[in-house]
Design a protein around this ligand. Sequence first.
Ligand code: NAD
Length: 276
Amino acid sequence: MIEKIRIAVAGVGGRMGRKLIQAVKESKQVVLGAALARAALRGIDAGELAGISAIGVPISDSLTEVKDAFDILMDFTQQEATMKNLEVCSNYNKGVIIGTTGLSDAQKAVIRASALHTGIVLAANFSVGGNLMFKLLEKVAQVLVWEKDIEIMEVHHRNKVDAPSGTALAMGEAIAGSLGRDIASCAVYGSELHTGSRKAKSIGLTAVRAGEIVGEHTALFVDRGESIEITHKASSRITFAYGAISATLWLGREKIGLYDMLDVIGLENGKLVLGQ
Ligand code: NAD
């Protein structure tokens, strides 16, 4: 019998942390081995904190302390915490699923270097629909030949700390990549920068923060007399948590290297498949 993969969840007190605990509990293929949070939550049962029944895993505030209790870490926390956790996982040959967004180029370089000897899935969006949207955007950008104006708009809850969202940036990269442009040089952030007429070949990114909205992203392609909008709406964070479980099963204990959710989902004969 194949032993279940033991998961550690970081930031279990957070919005995503609680959903990850719920998804791990629901899965028959993985088991919760450890749960991490700030010191104030130490000792509390992770299941109780997540709002489900007790799960028998007390929260720790030290990843090193629980290093023998897990195979793969799921980290949807905050940039500095993620980088510290990655270092521990790298030292002890543990896989890492990284959902934290807003990582700097320097932090991404460290992640790439760690992936030379660690298995890592890094994705700005772990939902299947979100990743399907990236593929659709590449296609739309390739197919449309007219000189269109392109805007990416995203709406998230008021507590989100980074903007534009990781998903919006990934949308920009997908579109710019398809058009042979560099998103770093063609992105225009925020409407207050749109002075005068629109800059040719620019891609606009606008962020709105309001209420409890989980995450809505739209890419708008506009030409004279017509437009195309592609929208993805996440109505529950559980979709990202289920994606993280799929990523864990796909990565397993042995794979080394840096992957994203499109590697996990895979495209076969033009159809999306959920790989394991
Ligand atoms: P949140 O603020 O609700 O939760 C973050 C948790 O991390 C908190 O419990 C906080 O205490 C903990 N944390 C932060 N720094 C810590 C530290 N130094 N030590 C210990 N714990 C620490 O945020 P959230 O809404 O759950 O989002 C978390 C991250 O996941 C964000 O970067 C968000 O953008 C990202 N996210 C990614 C996806 C995806 O699919 N990739 C989906 C949703 C959210």
